[in-house]
Design a protein around this ligand. Structure first.
Ligand code: FAD
Length: 332
């Protein structure tokens, strides 16, 4: 049964990953531009073992059909198993476009699917539009200094990995169905074998998924004073980010570094404190939904990308902000 768009849904820790709903939102936007029938033409492929309930959640968020491939071989991600299973669905459904999230699993799986099907791939897309019936893929290149618009040509399906924040998530609603199938291969047929997931020793910081980030720069002054940034992050339920000098000087571990040689983030809210706004930092955070900058230098370049700029001493502003947030939340 042919469809127009297939999104590759993901789950983690017993929940559907948010990027899944952003991909569905993007597919609906494309359906509007291309004149597809969204109620029939947008499907999701979902892989796992024992996660049928999650497949139902995806069907209730805008997928006409969730093709749930269930098997022991898919219980944990391996590129070998996932690309084979996804390719089987894509061949059967013959879509015009296949959308992956730009996530660690899909960085791996999307090129394998592209190579397996011998079809073109655009990675790290920040937008996709249909223009005169042709899909155009927007990518930021050279540290975000240039925007590249890619035409992948006519050989379908076109395949893309999509950055977080490229589209609004699909809204709850819609009565999509779930079709459960089994992969054509068994775990024993695979060359790759899942062994274990090891968390980094410093543990638990994944800024790429954070919705709120409060980031400290050299202006914070020392490792001890990072607590002022952490207090605000904690009061907002967010994570702590950093500019490179902060991690180079060991005030925070490297996993907190945002920028061209750190993590690229797209939280809903990014608060930059004592960060000047060098291009290498900006490229990592300008995809944030809303940016607040606190800096005592009114000419700091960070104000050029900020929605709200506060000129002042972070050691006065951050504690006052933390206090106000705690009071507003009844924690004061
Ligand atoms: P500074 O530029 O020193 O700015 C400190 C700011 O704090 C100033 O604007 C100052 O006005 C303000 N300030 C001081 N005291 C206070 C106060 N009390 N209250 C309020 N404001 C105050 N950088 C990254 O961040 N991420 C990267 O991934 C990255 N990768 C790089 C890769 C390469 C190849 C290179 C060459 C550089 C890279 N850099 C990266 C470094 C980058 O060029 C900048 O040097 C760095 O971002 C500056 O960090 P900063 O803004 O914290 O420090």
């Amino acid at each position: 049964m042919a469809c127009k768009a297939i999104i590759v849904a993901e789950h983690e820790g017993g929940a559907v990953r948010d990027i899944t709903y952003e991909l569905l939102g993007l597919a609906h936007k494309l359906a509007g531009e291309a004149g597809w029938n969204a109620a029939a033409d947008i499907k999701a492929v979902f892989l796992g073992n024992g996660v049928e309930k999650l497949a139902g959640e995806i069907a209730a968020r805008g997928a006409a059909e969730v093709i749930y491939i269930e098997g022991q071989a898919l219980a944990e991600y391996t590129g070998d198993a996932y690309h084979r299973a996804i390719e089987e669905v894509v061949k059967a459904e013959d879509p015009a476009i296949v959308l992956f999230g730009h996530t660690p699993n899909s960085w791996d799986a999307a090129p394998l699917v592209s190579a397996g099907l011998d079809r073109p791939l655009a990675t790290e897309c920040s937008a996709i539009t249909f223009d005169g019936g042709k899909a155009l893929f927007t990518r930021k290149v050279f540290n975000g200094k240039f925007v590249q618009i890619v035409d992948l040509g006519g050989a379908q399906p076109l395949i893309a990995t999509v950055m977080r924040g490229a589209a609004q998530p699909s809204a709850p609603g819609g009565g999509g169905s779930v079709r459960k199938i089994q992969p054509s291969f068994a775990a024993g047929d695979l060359r790759a074998r899942f062994i274990e997931i090891k968390k980094g020793e410093t543990g638990a910081v994944d800024l790429s998924q954070a919705e709120i980030i409060v980031a400290g720069g050299r202006g914070v002054g020392s490792a001890e004073k990072i607590s002022v940034v952490r207090d605000l992050a904690d009061s907002l339920g967010g994570q702590v980010g950093a500019s490179r000098p902060v991690t180079d000087m060991g005030w925070l571990p490297h996993e907190h570094q945002v920028g061209s040689s750190g993590v690229t983030v797209s939280p809903k809210l990014y608060i930059a404190c004592g960060i000047s706004g060098a291009i290498q930092h900006i490229v990592g955070m300008r995809g944030a939904g809303y940016i607040i900058a606190v800096n005592k230098d009114r000419d700091a370049p960070i104000f050029g990308v900020a929605d709200v700029g506060v000129v002042g001493d972070l050691f006065e502003i951050l504690p006052a902000l933390s206090k106000a947030v705690k009071e507003a939340r009844g924690q004061g």
